[in-house]
Design a protein around this ligand. Structure first.
Ligand SMILES: [Zn+2]
Length: 122
């Protein structure tokens, strides 16, 4: 399946973990069920945060140029179950590096979330 923009440029919507386009949505669905799409998932800060990095396989980029964004890291607050950090990547390698980088800076991000979402809430 492809998406087409107003200039007539087209781009595949689905990609495997190696970044190769997939035409068959059922093939994508089968890959999506595979546990190896979970790149890294862990609880941190004494289980206050769940940090999850996964392969999505659906291009989340908004442009028709450049590499597709098919991996994602999300950080969820376990007090409210909301995501407070998200980043997307093109490759598994970038995802592993991105996950580590977010984990390193998570205390600052989580404190900002606590203040904005939990302490300043009226
Ligand atoms: Zn929260």
């Amino acid at each position: 399946m492809t998406k087409i923009n107003w200039k007539g440029l087209s781009k595949s919507m689905y990609y495997d973990m190696d970044g190769k386009p997939i035409d068959d949505v059922l093939a994508w669905a089968k890959m999506f069920e595979n546990k190896n799409r979970l790149i890294k998932q862990e609880y941190i800060l004494g289980k206050l945060v769940f940090l999850s990095s996964v392969w999505l396989g659906i291009d989340h980029s908004f442009t028709f140029a450049g590499k597709p964004l098919i991996f994602e890291t999300m950080g969820f607050c376990q007090l409210c179950n909301e995501e407070f950090i998200m980043d997307r990547y093109s490759t598994k390698k970038e995802t592993i590096e991105g996950h580590k980088k977010i984990k390193k800076g998570i205390i600052k991000l989580f404190i900002e979330h606590l203040i904005n979402k939990h302490l300043l809430r009226r």
